[in-house]
Design a protein around this ligand. Structure first.
Ligand code: PAF
Length: 280
């Protein structure tokens, strides 16, 4: 696996690959890799000649209340995992490389950034869109893969890709779960034993709602009400909502397909999850 730390070298390498007619799949990450990331890499390998992963803990997408400096990092373990999982190139830029002095451009995917996680994390999605756009421009991949767990992020990256004509094939990869249903996340490492015990009730709540949906219920309020009853202490619910799966607009009654999404605080950790409710 080749390590690249500068934008110039990364750009030159991807230009070279294109000249040789090689296709490139890109998996952007913030490190502290788990099985969810490995699923992205596995899918990436199927879709292109070269797999490029990036590790960049993007400071601008953390809110002040969150501690960017305490975001879990394990660079040596990550490198080993990426190498073992067939990554050809690891792009590992420093903060100054991504945000040189004078940097002042941001991208706003306006509608899709509002509501859900956008309400409690002002500026977060603009920061995500901006850094992903930069990475897309540096690498110019053919395919880019993102986890479906971050549903709102995936929806707005798809939108940005279409709106700004990046022409990249954006692939969403299903959420990977622990044995008890908890969605894999780097943030799970911050849970206390008590919080870890309660955390799977987020997915249980979504699954309870899905059961009601499968029995024929279509009213969002009824499904949400049923799901809420499952959430355990000490979880503080941020939102539990049913939205259009593409536009993320609020819906009262499901027809076709909808995203059922949850976000909650467990002590200092904020977790999110979602499932798709789909008519057969
Ligand atoms: O999902 C993530 O890990 C990050 O938001 C991403 C897409 C790498 C941008 O920093």
């Amino acid at each position: 696996m080749r390590l690249i730390a500068t934008v110039a070298a990364m750009r030159e390498t991807s230009r070279g690959a294109r000249r040789e007619g090689k296709t490139m799949a890109f998996v952007p990450t913030m490190g502290y890799l788990h099985r969810g990331h490995l699923a992205l890499l596995k899918e990436a390998k199927k879709r292109a000649d070269l797999v490029v992963a990036s590790i960049f803990v993007n400071p601008t997408q953390f809110n002040e209340s969150e501690d960017f400096s305490s975001y879990p990092r394990e660079p040596e373990r990550d490198r080993k995992l990426l190498e073992e999982n067939g990554v050809d190139i690891l792009f590992l830029p420093a903060t100054e490389e991504v945000y040189p002095e004078g940097f002042q451009t941001t991208i706003d995917v306006t509608g899709l950034s509002e509501g859900l996680c956008g309400s409690s994390r002002p500026g977060h999605f603009s920061a995500v869109a901006t850094v992903v756009a930069k990475l897309f421009n540096i690498l110019r991949p053919d395919v880019a893969l993102f986890g479906e767990k971050d549903y709102q992020q995936l929806a707005l990256i798809r939108r940005m890709n279409a709106d700004l004509n990046f022409g990249i094939s954006i692939v969403g990869v299903p959420t990977v779960r622990e044995h008890d249903g908890l969605a894999m996340s780097s943030r799970n490492a911050g849970l206390s034993p008590e919080e870890r015990k309660a955390a799977p009730s987020l997915y249980r709540a979504l699954s309870r709602g899905r059961k009601l949906f499968e029995r024929g219920e279509r009213k969002a309020e009824a499904i949400i009400g049923e799901a809420k009853g499952v959430i355990e202490n000490p979880i503080e619910l941020d939102y539990l909502e049913i939205r259009d799966s593409e536009t993320l607009a609020k819906i009262e009654e499901i027809s076709g397909e909808a995203a059922f999404a949850i976000a909650a605080r467990l002590g200092k950790t904020r977790l999110i999850d979602n499932i798709i409710l789909k008519e057969k």
